[in-house]
Ligand binder design. Structure first.
Ligand code: SF4
Ligand code: SF4
Length: 64
């Protein structure tokens, strides 16, 4: 199963960006205040859309 992480040092946050949350087809992400969080990692298919739309490279999908 892929693992999904967000590097909050470079993430622009839910208000300024939120692209991963808007574009993930499996709704893996949720908005928590001003943050985007990985809420349903078990649903991730590893499609890579979140990495493609992330403007900073903050979100990473890794395969074990
Ligand atoms: S790899 Fe695809 S399914 Fe997994 S979190 Fe990113 S956009 Fe969602
Ligand atoms: S797309 Fe990237 S910068 Fe934007 S909210 Fe998601 S992880 Fe943060």
């Amino acid at each position: 199963m892929p693992s999904v992480t967000i590097n909050y040092d470079i993430c622009r946050g839910a208000k300024e960006c939120g692209e991963c949350e808007k574009n993930c087809p499996m709704e893996v992400f949720e908005i928590d205040g001003e943050k985007v969080v990985v809420a349903h990692e078990e649903e991730c298919t590893g499609c890579g859309v979140c990495e493609d739309v992330c403007p900073t490279g903050a979100v990473k999908v890794k395969f074990d």
